[in-house]
Design a protein around this ligand. Sequence first.
Ligand SMILES: *Cc1c(COP(=O)(O)O)cnc(C)c1O
Length: 339
Amino acid sequence: MTASIDHSMSNLVSVEPGAIREATPEGSVIQYSDYELDTSSEFAGGVAWIEGEYVPASEARISIFDTGFGHSDLTYTVPHVWHGNIFRLGDHLDRLLDGARRLYLDPGYTKEELADVVKKCVSLSQLRESFVNITITRGFGQRRGEKDLSKLTHQVYIYAIPYLWAFPPDEQIFGTSVIVPRHVRRASRSTIDPTIKNYQWGDLTAASFEAKERGARSAILLDADNCVAEGPGFNVVLVKDGELFSPSRNALPGITRKTVFELADVMGVPATLRDVTSRELYEADELMAVTTAGGVTPIIELDGEPQSGGKPGPLTTEIRDRFWALMDEPSDLIEAIQY
Ligand SMILES: *Cc1c(COP(=O)(O)O)cnc(C)c1O
């Protein structure tokens, strides 16, 4: 089973320019909409909003003097669109604006204004399945390379592009593999606040390289206390004796994890945020990687050994299938994009 995992693909599996779909297992819960892009529009297939202007994604450029680039001085979020519905946009914007406030970043736009630009980007792109990024940076000043924080104009960048997967759809269905890195730990929360989504990816990128070297798709990082933190762009949820657990510290409060916990509640399955030790990770009955860029992906191999008996576990599978069903069920969680 695990031998069928193809590790030759990069950590983030992008679609080719012009192509807007990834292969998905036949009959599985992950199925793209059937539609054509009208390519007479220059925005077809990808749009960005930069300094107040809509541009085709291929022409998106930002200033090299933006401190978001130079100092990673920013916060961001990534909501997604599936079957023409945007998922939990309000929750994404709340987390984003809360992070911005704590970083003393002023986006200069209200939540409603940001939501309108996001939806306009998706609409212009025509994408029914889209990965949407909203980034707020400290920006740049009038003087090139200005470092005086009070003289910088904060910037908001938004884009909608074809879906990017942290785990390709076939691994979301049949399972993926991870390692626990030997050479890197997750930055401590007293160094970089992990509850503010950020581009400080040094530790996560080192972990991704180690995963590749060790023949696995991805990695679960521990923190300095040997507790589970998170992976490159995903939260970790484990199942033990019919209950869910996920780290309360050194991890982003993921919107996907929040959704997984709500689904568990509906299913009558207890779900708790608390410290999760490395021993508990290895002794889990089931493990899942949860993220906007990969839904609920079963982990069936840990450090080269079978996990969950080498196949997706029953609770993980049920939660994954219920997660994807939410993308079509009318509810407060989704909003239809007007194309
Ligand atoms: C984005 C991200 C996640 C997943 O968060 P979602 O809101 O579910 O997409 C988890 N960890 C890190 C480090 C992330 O950047």
